[in-house]
Design a binder for this molecule. Structure first.
Ligand code: HEC
Length: 256
């Protein structure tokens, strides 16, 4: 009887369930999102995208949101040099070892927006990348909201559209639809009321992708190195497994 084959199956089963868990349990979004989620296609190995995302974050998000899981000096892991971190990334008088904290005071922010802007490291681990990406491309002009902005994925959100100068101003095209016997207004596409600095919608989508990429990295700044360690361990186990099999074959050879 070949015991090793059971061991091999067991190892495979563990691997498959780990991958499935990661994909389908950790990665699933809420099933009742008001608009379908768009694929963010995050790619932790795309350092240029991560760097662009970090800069967008510094320019447009850090005034309200902190990233408590990231210290400035950890940005070297996505390829920003120590010099550039000091000169470009640290906007207050902070030090390289400081956490990426917000400039404004939380209590003030809560007063302005009704809700304090949450720490985005936590958001990125609680939500999935597709959600964040879709959220960033779903802001539209709404004069009935106190901020002047609304969001198709997060209706009546407390956050203004932080990237509107880049994207421009979108107004929704509403259509009436029947849902469970009730007439509801749903958004079907947008008109551009005013152009932004970025020329094409794809340019803004790329920007939203870059920030999402960066935030996904920021939720676990060590994930790159951890993945490599993981692969190393797996490779080691596999080699060990074949060695043990050879050894056991040799050992039993003369007894059969
Ligand atoms: C002017 C302050 C402000 C700026 C600038 C800002 N946000 Fe926000 N953000 C908020 C507030 C307030 C909320 C909470 C909204 C709510 O719960 O209604 C929020 C919520 C969010 C959420 C959803 C959190 C959740 O899961 O409920 C995400 C994601 C987010 N912001 C990302 C960003 C990104 C990315 C940027 C930069 C491009 C940014 N924000 C810039 C104030 C801000």
């Amino acid at each position: 009887m070949k015991k090793w084959i059971y061991a091999f199956y067991a190892l495979m089963a563990v691997l498959v369930s780990a991958v499935a868990y990661d994909r389908f349990v950790v990665g699933t979004g809420g099933s009742h999102d008001p608009v379908p989620l768009q694929a963010a296609n995050v790619d932790m190995s795309d350092k240029e995208s991560l760097q662009r995302g970090a800069k967008v974050f510094r320019d447009y998000c850090l005034s309200c949101h902190g990233l408590s899981s990231v210290r400035y000096n950890q940005l070297v892991k996505i390829g920003i040099s120590e010099d550039d971190i000091k000169r470009q990334m640290i906007t207050n008088n902070g030090k390289a070892g400081d956490l990426m904290q917000v400039a404004s005071r939380r209590e003030d922010a809560a007063k302005w927006f009704g809700v304090p802007p949450p720490d985005l490291s936590l958001v990125a681990s609680a939500r999935n990348p597709d959600w964040i990406y879709t959220y960033l491309i779903s802001f539209y002009r709404d004069d009935e909201r106190p901020t002047g902005w609304n969001n198709a994925l997060f209706p009546n959100v407390g956050m203004p559209h932080a990237l509107w100068t880049e994207e421009g101003i979108k107004v929704p095209k509403f259509v009436e639809k029947e849902e469970h016997g009730e007439k509801v207004k749903v958004i079907e596409g947008y008109d551009m009321q005013r152009a932004g600095l970025l020329e094409k919608p794809e340019d803004y989508q790329r920007m939203a992708h870059d920030v999402t990429n960066f935030l996904t990295w920021a939720s676990e700044p060590d994930q790159l190195s951890r993945k490599y360690i993981g692969f190393g361990v797996l490779a080691f186990l596999l080699i060990l497994f074949f060695l043990a099999r050879q050894l056991s074959k040799n050992y039993w050879k003369d007894i059969h």
